[in-house]
Design a protein around this ligand. Structure first.
Ligand SMILES: Nc1ncnc2c1ncn2[C@@H]1O[C@H](COP(=O)(O)OP(=O)(O)OP(=O)(O)O)[C@@H](O)[C@H]1O
Length: 244
């Protein structure tokens, strides 16, 4: 692995056990010994190399394996075969509100996650809290409410704003902007663009080719768990558009 490589995915395949039978009872399993689960290949022999400071988009139809690939790179899913080497720290924004405790208030969630990111100094912490609340545009009375009372757009605002406070080498973003309103989406895109220009590495899943072309230098197109195209993001987005 060259010293400029930050993520290397080599010959990675992932399978999931899925129940393809539909109606299925415990009796079938015990008495008839029918196994309704099938091991389905979701990712096939994926090879991707991402260099430090590079932004890579992942595009493909629903169910093509984009989230599974991000989750495998983030270490949440163990590949069946192959290896993944990550040479840096990452802030995964993999699902709307992932990592937030619903019973806690917005402020309590901010404090908890800042502690996890290692921000312990009181002044730095207060500065981070101010930045997060300002970016989220959530009023202080909202941040004092338990997150379970938030709308999905408010959860996205909080989660995204907190993730940005994590000064990691790699930002992994999985279609989480979709639920925010247009104003917040545009603001997040500007922020991601700014982070890219600071030289951070970005992995970006989106169904919007314009966003992928704006943020990403390169991209891959996944079809049924295979990388069918890889190259400059503009070319790959053209390939993606031709699928429809
Ligand atoms: N935990 C799981 N158990 C079983 N099957 C799964 C699991 N997670 C994903 N899958 C299956 O893997 C396939 C790929 O899903 P994935 O979420 O990676 O696709 P995607 O390209 O991100 O789709 P979308 O654009 O809809 O978000 C789908 O067929 C899905 O049903």
């Amino acid at each position: 692995m060259s010293k400029d490589t930050i993520i290397k995915v080599e010959d990675v395949s992932v399978s999931f056990w899925q129940n393809n039978v539909g109606v299925y009872s415990l009796k079938d399993l015990i008495v008839k010994r029918k196994n309704p689960f099938k091991n389905k290949r979701i990712l096939n022999d994926i090879n991707v190399e991402i260099f430090r400071g590079q932004s890579m988009g992942i595009v493909g139809r629903n169910g093509s394996g984009k989230s599974t690939l991000l989750r495998t790179i983030a270490g949440i899913i163990k590949p069946e075969t192959g290896t993944i080497t990550v040479n840096g720290t990452f802030a995964p924004i993999l699902a709307i509100g992932a990592g937030l405790e619903l019973e806690l208030t917005g402020y309590e969630n901010i404090s908890m996650l800042l502690a996890l990111y290692g921000t312990s100094n009181a002044a730095t912490k207060q500065e981070a809290i101010d930045k997060i609340s300002e970016f989220s545009e959530l009023k202080s009375e909202v941040l004092r409410m338990p997150v379970k009372q938030y709308s999905s757009g408010m959860v996205a605002r909080l989660a995204f704003s907190i993730s940005l406070a994590n000064d990691s080498d790699i930002l992994i973003i999985d279609e989480v902007l979709a639920v925010g309103d247009q104003g917040f989406q545009a603001k997040c895109m500007e922020k991601i663009y700014e982070i890219k220009h600071k030289g951070k590495t970005i992995l970006f899943v989106s169904h919007f080719p314009d966003d992928v072309m704006k943020i990403c230098d390169t991209a891959i197109l996944l079809e049924n768990g295979y990388v069918t195209h890889a190259g400059p993001s503009r070319d790959i987005c053209d390939n993606y558009k031709q699928l429809f």
